[in-house]
Design a protein around this ligand. Structure first.
Ligand SMILES: Nc1ncnc2c1ncn2[C@@H]1O[C@H](COP(=O)(O)OP(=O)(O)OP(=O)(O)O)[C@@H](O)[C@H]1O
Length: 236
């Protein structure tokens, strides 16, 4: 395994709740080059956000290792670090400083890309969720990364704004890789170059997109069969 590879090595990640135990990864391995475009298809609630967060450095596995090297982004559009009482502009300046990025350039870029107008200078607590998303996405585009982590979707908002986000993200991929977790085969096909399916706590790497789509559809069908079976018992 090359020194610069990133990803998951024999990783176990589980959550213990009062009377429940959820295994997200079970000694799973998926290593890749930071410039790869890796897409992982996972069913709803299978652990996609947890996995994206682990690669971004939020949280740790229970066992095994998450390998990180180079600049790995936080999940695209992540807005959890914003301070509600500070303006969008002030939040962006602070994060730009922490990321050691040129704050004036970053702030000007975010102001323009987010299309927030005067709201950019108002406190975050006055923002709607889509305004927060636009601020978060614009910030993700302004801070350089070698590998972009994406949880679910690229950008939010109106179709035209989402299209603008997708174009900006595709441009970033000219010089960077990505790790994209999604439950949408359409999105996986659009952005991915290597594909895996999250199955029973493991990453199942597939030859190509068609094989990943087939494996994912089989999982969806099995989930539907199980649901019908449970509903059948409930109706008996
Ligand atoms: N901090 C936590 N403590 C306990 N359980 C958690 C925690 N975080 C996530 N989970 C559980 O782990 C499972 C996977 O959650 P996660 O959000 O990673 O899945 P997901 O595939 O991103 O979900 P979705 O498709 O709904 O976006 C869920 O059952 C969730 O309830």
């Amino acid at each position: 395994m090359g020194d610069l590879m990133i990803g998951f090595e024999n990783c176990t990640k589980e959550f213990r709740l009062d009377n429940d135990h959820r295994v997200i990864l079970d000694e799973a391995t998926l290593m890749f080059d930071p410039s790869d475009r890796v897409c992982v298809l996972g069913l709803p609630s299978s652990g996609k956000t947890t996995i994206a967060n682990l690669l971004s450095g939020f949280g740790r596995p229970n066992a095994g290792q998450v390998h990180r090297s180079g600049r790995i982004s936080w999940p695209l559009g992540f807005a959890g670090a914003f301070h509600p009482s500070m303006s969008g502009a002030r939040n962006i300046e602070i994060i730009a400083d922490l990321a050691e990025a040129p704050r004036n350039w970053v702030s000007a870029y975010v102001a323009e890309f987010s299309e927030l107008g005067d709201d950019y200078y108002r406190p975050l607590e006055t923002y709607s969720s889509s305004m927060r998303s636009r601020l978060g996405f614009a910030l993700s585009m302004a801070i350089p990364a070698d590998t972009y982590v994406v949880d679910g979707i690229v950008g939010t908002g109106s179709p035209s704004y989402r299209a603008k986000c997708e174009v900006a993200f595709e441009q970033k991929l000219d010089n960077a890789g990505m790790f994209f977790v999604t439950q949408s085969p359409r999105i996986a096909e659009k952005f991915g170059r290597r594909f895996a399916v999250l199955k029973d706590g493991d990453f199942v790497l597939t030859e190509d997109f068609s094989a990943a789509e087939k494996a994912f559809e089989e999982q969806l069908a099995a989930q539907d069969d199980l649901r019908l079976l449970v509903e059948g018992f409930a109706n008996d």
